[in-house]
Design a protein around this ligand. Structure first.
Ligand code: CMP
Length: 137
């Protein structure tokens, strides 16, 4: 079993898509080990996306992520990282395959509805960023 972190980003949250995305998570066979609604501070958003600090889109990304509420979910499943990345689709919703979450609910590379961890190690690290062990089932 593997852990991945999902975030329902402020655009999807604001558009009322959280319920549909959570339904999809369950129907794709993920166990939701932790879930909470949060409003990230600038510092928390910058900490989470620290690896992107030198990228030209860092300010845009972190401003967006603290612009409204999000839902963070620690998910468990066999091959959770790859499976979740398949389900969400390409970073740019315009390039995401039909039926993926980003194709369905995203708008552009910045407002792309959801986040997914990119490796097994990052799945654990990112889950630990938001959840203490005692908060996880
Ligand atoms: P996410 O999966 O959360 O991981 C990093 C995020 O950076 C990514 O989704 C995108 O939303 C964002 N991102 C990547 N490239 C760009 C870009 N060129 N402009 C704005 N945001 C970007």
């Amino acid at each position: 079993m593997e852990i991945t972190l999902a975030i329902i980003k402020p655009d999807a949250y604001k558009n009322g898509d959280s319920g549909k995305i959570i339904d999809r998570i369950i129907s794709e066979g993920f166990s939701i080990n932790g879930m909470k609604q949060i409003h990230l501070s600038r510092k928390e958003a910058e900490g989470f996306y620290e690896v992107h600090r030198e990228r030209p889109f860092f300010d845009e990304l972190t401003s967006f992520m603290c612009s409204g509420e999000c839902i963070v979910l620690s998910l468990e499943r066999e091959n959770a990282v790859l499976k979740w990345r398949e389900v969400i689709g390409a970073t740019n919703p315009e390039e995401a395959e039909q039926g993926t979450i980003r194709a369905q609910f995203g708008t552009n590379t910045g407002s792309n509805a959801v986040h997914g961890s990119d490796s097994s190690d990052n799945g654990r690290l990112e889950s630990n960023y938001f959840f203490a062990q005692k908060d996880l089932i």
